[in-house]
Design a protein around this ligand. Structure first.
Ligand code: PLP
Length: 399
C-alpha cells in the first residue's frame, strides 16, 4: 500500500502522542495532571446547552455550507465590539479553527509554496500546510525577547518567491507573545509590499494580561483585503468539543475559493452551531471573569516554576501556554519517566515536549510547553510534580 509523501512527511502531534502512555498509567491507578493539552477545565457557559435543549426542529438537517444564519448573525454582532463590520459573505463556519486553517492553506497554497510562521508555533500548522502541499518556513524568535516577531526586517529576511502568507498566532501558542495594533500594522505593510496574505489566528483573542487590550488584524481596515481571521469557540468559550470555528475575510476571491471547499465538505454540525450562536452573545462580564481566572493560573504556574533550579521561561503576555526550558538533556525520556516510573502519593504529571513546536531541526530539545488550563491548585500541584519528578529523574541518572 502506498502512503502519500505528504502524509509520510507529517508527524504525530507532540501534544497527543504520549496520551496512550498516560491512559495506561491512569488505568493502573495513577492520577495524571494533564498540562499537555489546551483543554480548559473551565465550564462551558450554560447558554450553550440551553440553546441546544430549546432547539425544536424535527430533523437534524444539513446546515448551510457557510454556516447557520443565527450563528453568522451572532458572530457579526460580536465583531461589532471590535469595530469590525462583517457581512454574511465575509464568514464561513468551519469545523473548529483547525478546519479554517487547513481550508485557508488549501485555498492559497500551491505545491511547494511557503507560509511564514514565528517559531515555536502551534504544531498542527505543519500538518495543515502539508495537507495543502505547502511548507512552513519558520521566523526565528528568542525566549529572552518574549518570542517577539514584530520586527518586519526579521520577517522580510524569511520571504522567498515561494512565500504566500504570514501566519500570526495572536496571542501565540505556545509562546504567549502578544502584538500591539501598531505591530500588526507593520506586518500588514510588509505583506502589502510583498503581496502576501496574513493569516491571523486569533482564537485566544481575549486572553491578554497585565492591562493589554484585545486587538485584531481585522481592525486594520486599510488591509482588509489581505487579512484572513481564524477564530473558534474552543478556547474563548471553553467549548473545544463543539468543533465550531470561523474563517473570516473581506477578500472575495479568497472567500469564493473557500466556499468551493465548504460546499464539498457539505456543512458543520447543526447542533453545535445552535449552541455556539448563544456563546457569541455572552456579555462582556464573561470575558472579564475568564481572563482573570487564566491570569491567576499563569501567576501560580510562574511562582511554582521559579522553585525549580535551572528552570527558565518568559512570562507569557497572553493565551494560556508557557514554553520553558528544563535542565534535562532528553525531554521525551523525562516525560516517559514521569508517566511510567515516577509517582508522588499516586500522582504524576504530563506536559508537551516543545521540540515538535519547532520546524528547525534541533531546536526546542530541552523545552516543554505547559498549558495552564487547570484550576490554580491543580496547576500548582502539576508543576510541583514536575519539580519532584526532576529530582527523582536526576537521582536515577546519578546526577
Ligand atoms: C493557535 C491555535 N489555533 C487553532 C487551534 C485549533 O483549535 P480548534 O480547532 O479547536 O478551534 C488551536 C488549538 O489548540 C490553537 O492553539
Amino acid at each position: 500500500m502506498n502512503i502519500s509523501k505528504r502524509v509520510n512527511a507529517m508527524q504525530f502531534s507532540p501534544i497527543r502522542k504520549f496520551n496512550p502512555i498516560a491512559i495506561a498509567a491512569e488505568k493502573a491507578g495513577k492520577k495524571i495532571y494533564h498540562l499537555n493539552i489546551g483543554q480548559p477545565d473551565v465550564e462551558t457557559p450554560e447558554c450553550f446547552m440551553d440553546a441546544i435543549r430549546n432547539f425544536d426542529e424535527k430533523v437534524i438537517a444539513y446546515a448551510e455550507s457557510g454556516g447557520r444564519p443565527e450563528l453568522i448573525s451572532a458572530v457579526i454582532d460580536y465583531y461589532k465590539k471590535y469595530d469590525i463590520d462583517l457581512t454574511p459573505a465575509d464568514i464561513i463556519v468551519t469545523n473548529g479553527g483547525s478546519e479554517a486553517l487547513s481550508m485557508s492553506f488549501i485555498t492559497i497554497l500551491d505545491e511547494g509554496d511557503e507560509v511564514l510562521i514565528p517559531e515555536p508555533y502551534y504544531t498542527n500548522y505543519s500538518t495543515f500546510a502539508l495537507m495543502a502541499g505547502g511548507v512552513v518556513k519558520p521566523i526565528p524568535t528568542v525566549a529572552e525577547d518574549g518570542y517577539s516577531y514584530s520586527d518586519p526586517a526579521n520577517i522580510e529576511a524569511c520571504i522567498t518567491p515561494k512565500t504566500k502568507a504570514i501566519c500570526c498566532l495572536e496571542p501565540g501558542n505556545p509562546t504567549g507573545n502578544v502584538l500591539t495594533l501598531d505591530e500588526m500594522r507593520g506586518i500588514c505593510e510588509l505583506a502589502e509590499k510583498h503581496d502576501l496574505m496574513i493569516i491571523a489566528d486569533e482564537v485566544y483573542r481575549e486572553f491578554v494580561y497585565d492591562g493589554r487590550t484585545p486587538a485584531s488584524f481585522g481592525q486594520l481596515k486599510e488591509y482588509a483585503d489581505r487579512v484572513i481571521i481564524v477564530d473558534s469557540v474552543s478556547k474563548r468559550f471553553s467549548a473545544c468539543g463543539a468543533r465550531i470555528g470561523l474563517a473570516i475575510s473581506k477578500n472575495k476571491e479568497f472567500m469564493a475559493g473557500m466556499m468551493k471547499i465548504a460546499q464539498g465538505r457539505l456543512c458543520v454540525s447543526t447542533v453545535d452551531q445552535i449552541g455556539s450562536a448563544a456563546l457569541f452573545r455572552l456579555p462582556d462580564s464573561y470575558y472579564d471573569e475568564v481572563k482573570a481566572e487564566y491570569c491567576g493560573r499563569r501567576d501560580a504556574v510562574v511562582e511554582e516554576l521559579n522553585k525549580i533550579p535551572g528552570f527558565s521561561a518568559t512570562v507569557p503576555a497572553g493565551a494560556f501556554y508557557m514554553t520553558c526550558s528544563l535542565p534535562v538533556d532528553d525531554i521525551e525520556d523525562f516525560l516517559m519517566f514521569l508517566l511510567e516510573e515516577f509517582e508522588d502519593n499516586g500522582e504524576s504529571v504530563m506536559f508537551a515536549p516543545a521540540e515538535g513546536f519547532y520546524a528547525t531541526p534541533g531546536k526546542g530539545k530541552n523545552e516543554i510547553r505547559i498549558a495552564y488550563v487547570l484550576k490554580q491548585e491543580d496547576m500548582r500541584r502539576g508543576v510541583e510534580l514536575i519539580r519532584l519528578g526532576l529530582e527523582a529523574y536526576n537521582k536515577k541518572l546519578g546526577k
